[in-house]
Design a binder for this molecule. Structure first.
Ligand code: ATP
Ligand code: MN
Length: 462
């Protein structure tokens, strides 16, 4: 008999029909006459109730059916008498695929902490919470492709292994096939990277942007959606060593077009999640944070505030607030500053623009004041920075002198500079941290809980 997924079974048309369902046991309870099994197959947060009549099955047969065991059940779908579900299955045959010894199965009990479940990352997707989070993650990924595809952007796959170490976003993981215990040396005693796989030093990428700009200045509008790697030793609830980033890059866009795109994009993703992940979001709202749904609607309702970094600094200075990191013009904003502006001052998302040149990357378009660049960061409640972007410097001479001023080896940059050498155009783009978006939409508070297998300092077990 053909299997029906549990997500499809809660439909009135199927009542009275014979069905076949498969899944994992969440709980089992009951008495001497009847037993109730809550079955989940991952297709939805909702469990299907299996009713087992003890006149048809022996205690002995049912004994291995414990939390975590896996079943194949056939029976009749009937309208449910009990509270909490509309339909249930009256079991006629049960096949046990696999048992889960209650003394050993880590998820035997309910109510584990998120920290405990992080240690069990190989199994935590079987819980309601992580089932919900990872279904939402899927729908958001799909929404992102749909958003850009519908707008005529082309998806572009940029390389994960890169030879440029000048992307300016923290420390990189080196990629090598050299034997670290026995490195080849040059005559002056340094490591001879000409013997390495690519004939030079290479690393995992921190961003697909530079290659994305090549795409944008050819195809017009592109986006990347792939993993990025940063060896920053920052153990925060918002940083991973391996995370996914979405980076649109668009020819002929100025910073205002870029801000409009970012705002429309995030609102689209939030709306998509509300439309497609209702049960999962309601579950998370109930279990973890009952302001979540309001916060999601709040973001949709209002225009994001747009102001300059300089104005933002003034607000922070006049706030009378004692910050852990003191503020003055020129400092890089910390999450506490960003969240003050968003959560306390404006009470809605903020796009901060025109940051000091010295704290931003070399490729950002310089403003006429000589001090600031056309950067734009989108700041969100609970998260802080969710997007970082800018209009790019399209003037070859200015870009070259900035590269020189920063001491970036320009032998690595010739291909990038060719975008400005041949048919240069104004263009802009940004990077959205995918896990930060998922943090926002799920209301989870630690980034380790929104990626299946987090990579952080000292943690690459699973
Ligand atoms: P932050 O200041 O929060 O460390 P950043 O300014 O270094 O971030 P960008 O280089 O602007 O980050 O990267 C673009 C986006 O990627 C950020 O806005 C953020 O959403 C996300 N991001 C950056 N670093 C990480 C990380 N280590 N883990 C997860 N997401 C990240
Ligand atoms: Mn940034």
């Amino acid at each position: 008999m053909k299997r029906t997924k549990i997500v499809d079974i809660f439909s009135p048309e199927l009542v009275g029909e014979q069905v076949c369902v498969k899944g994992w046991v969440r709980t089992r309870r009951g008495n001497k006459h009847v037993q109730f099994v809550a079955l989940n197959d991952g297709s939805t947060i909702n469990n299907l109730q299996i009713v087992i009549d003890l006149e048809k099955f022996s205690e002995e047969e049912l004994k291995p059916i414990t939390t975590g065991s896996s079943l194949h059940v056939e029976g009749t779908l009937v309208a449910s008498q009990g509270k909490g579900q509309t339909v249930e299955v009256q079991a006629e045959s049960i096949e046990i695929y696999g048992t889960a010894d209650p003394d050993e199965y880590p998820l035997q009990k309910k109510g584990h902490t998120l920290e405990f479940l992080r240690e069990k990352a190989h199994l935590r997707m079987r819980t309601n919470t992580f089932g919900a989070v990872f279904r939402i993650r899927h729908h958001l990924a799909f929404a992102i492709h749909k958003f850009f595809n519908d707008k005529g952007f082309f998806s572009m796959h940029t390389p994960l292994i890169t030879a440029s170490d000048c992307e300016g976003a923290g420390d990189m993981f080196q990629v090598t096939t050299l034997n670290l215990g026995d490195l080849p040396k040059t005559e002056d005693g340094r490591t001879d990277y000409s013997k390495d796989f690519f004939g030079k030093t290479t690393s995992l990428t921190v961003s697909g942007q530079l290659e994305g700009e090549l795409g944008a200045t050819s195809l017009g509008a592109i986006y990347t959606f792939g993993p990025t790697f940063r060896a920053e030793n920052s153990n925060t609830p918002r940083h991973l060593a391996e995370f996914w980033m979405i980076e649109p890059e668009v020819a002929f866009y100025d910073i205002t077009d870029n801000m409009d795109l970012a705002e429309e994009f995030i609102k689209y993703c939030v709306q998509y999640a509300l439309d497609h992940c209702k049960d999962d979001i309601e579950f998370l709202n109930k279990m973890y944070d009952n302001t979540l749904i309001d916060r999601l609607h709040g973001v949709l309702k209002e225009d994001f505030v747009r102001l300059t970094y300089t104005e933002g600094i003034k607000i922070l200075e006049q706030s009378g607030r004692k910050f852990e990191f003191p503020v003055k013009w020129g400092v890089d904003l910390q999450s506490e500053h960003e969240r003050y502006l968003v959560e306390e001052h404006f009470k809605r998302p903020v796009i901060l623009t025109d940051y000091p040149r010295e704290i931003k990357a070399f490729y950002m378009k310089q403003n006429d004041d000589g001090k600031t660049v056309r950067a734009m960061d989108v700041l969100f409640p609970q998260i802080g920075e969710i997007i970082g972007g800018s209009e790019r410097e399209e003037n070859l001479g200015k870009l070259q002198s900035e590269i020189e001023r920063r001491g970036i080896p320009d032998k690595d940059m010739w291909w990038y500079l060719d975008t400005r050498r041949f048919g240069t155009v104004p263009h802009s783009g940004f990077g959205l941290g995918f896990e930060r978006l998922i943090l926002f939409v799920t209301g989870m508070s630690n980034i380790r809980d929104v990626i299946p297998f987090p990579r952080t300092p000292n943690n690459a077990e699973f």
